[in-house]
Design a protein around this ligand. Structure first.
Ligand code: C2E
Ligand code: MG
Ligand code: MG
Ligand code: MG
Length: 285
């Protein structure tokens, strides 16, 4: 009987694996066509300056409107896009799309004679980071959109640096020449090899939301968060706390001297239209 049960379990397991492989294969196929079919959308989530309560930057977060599956989250398709190389065209599309959108918001504000100093933050995957000609592509997009490069922030992860530190150095040098700012995303989840931090011209460090997300974990991680803040400030970097969901977390992070924050407490990632409405309301937290 135990054996039969074991076999049944094995089959369930097997079927499950099979289904997952099939889903992945289907997603992979659909992904190839999704760019041409214009199924991707860029959502925007504000990053708030904690001392003024005003929006400092908007992070571009890609969404896939799958014709059958509905909205697919990036965690489900970015890894597939990475292994298939589709991340290269997709990443450039996201970059251009978000630059165009920011330009449009800049111009609208200009027409209303309002000050608009919000920057755009775009995620770069490991694969994109080692894409030949990346700098030239960025130059072309900025020129086409006629956007000041100072307004662009690129978010990279520790692995993008650690996988090829030499390439990272060369790219960073080029980006610095253009005054493009660099954010280190999801800090604390990767290698967290502290020795490399001061070797690279990083402007912003984003503390991963696993340290912040619920007050419980923030309180538990208080010393760690404080230490990360001290380290970053010592190295001349600003810090974004990701995943702020409650007023308590916000108050605590303000007390700790964290300068920037992002999370559902302020806003979820919004489509361009909803973000435009939010911007027009001049929010201050
Ligand atoms: P990320 O760059 O760390 O982006 C932040 C993620 O945290 C987003 O998930 C955002 O929706 C989520 N988030 C923000 N505030 C909160 C909060 O208060 N609570 C919780 N629980 N979550 C919060 P999203 O949009 O699902 O994106 C997941 C990841 O996919 C991103 O993590 C990024 O690594 C990747 N990604 C998204 N868009 C792009 C893209 O255009 N290119 C590349 N290469 N990667 C992207
Ligand atoms: Mg990011
Ligand atoms: Mg992050
Ligand atoms: Mg992340």
């Amino acid at each position: 009987q135990a054996k039969a049960l074991g076999k049944a379990r094995y089959e369930v397991f097997n079927r499950d694996m099979h289904t997952r492989a099939l889903t992945r294969l289907q997603l992979e196929n659909d992904l190839r066509r999704a760019i041409e079919r214009q199924e991707f959308m860029v959502f925007y989530q504000p990053i708030i300056c904690l001392s003024t309560g005003l929006i400092s930057s908007l992070e571009a977060l890609v969404r896939w409107k799958h014709p059958q599956r509905g909205l697919v989250r990036p965690d489900h398709f970015i890894p597939i896009a990475e292994t298939t190389g589709l991340i290269i065209p997709l990443g450039l599309w996201v970059l251009e799309q978000s630059c165009l959108q920011l330009k449009s918001w800049q111009e609208q504000a200009l027409q209303r004679q309002e000050v608009f100093d919000i920057s755009i933050s775009v995620n770069l995957s490991v694969k994109q980071f080692s894409q030949p000609g990346l700098i030239e592509y960025i130059d072309q997009i900025l020129a086409r959109v006629d956007l000041d490069s100072k307004i662009l922030k690129l978010e990279i992860t520790e692995s993008a640096i650690m996988d090829n530190p030499k390439l990272a150095s060369e790219l960073f040098e080029q980006l610095k020449l253009r005054k493009i700012q660099l954010s280190l995303d999801d800090f604390g989840t990767g290698y967290s090899s502290l020795s490399y931090l001061h070797q690279f011209p990083l402007d912003i460090l984003k503390i991963d939301r696993s340290f912040i997300s619920n007050l419980d974990s923030l309180e538990k991680n208080l010393e760690v968060v404080q230490a990360i803040l001290n380290l970053a400030h010592h190295l001349g970097m600003s810090v974004v706390a990701e995943g702020i969901e409650t007023q308590e977390q916000l108050s605590l992070l303000r007390l700790l001297g964290c300068e920037l924050g992002q999370g559902y407490l302020f806003a979820q990632p919004l489509d361009a239209e909803s973000m435009e409405t939010l911007l027009l309301s001049h929010p201050q937290w």
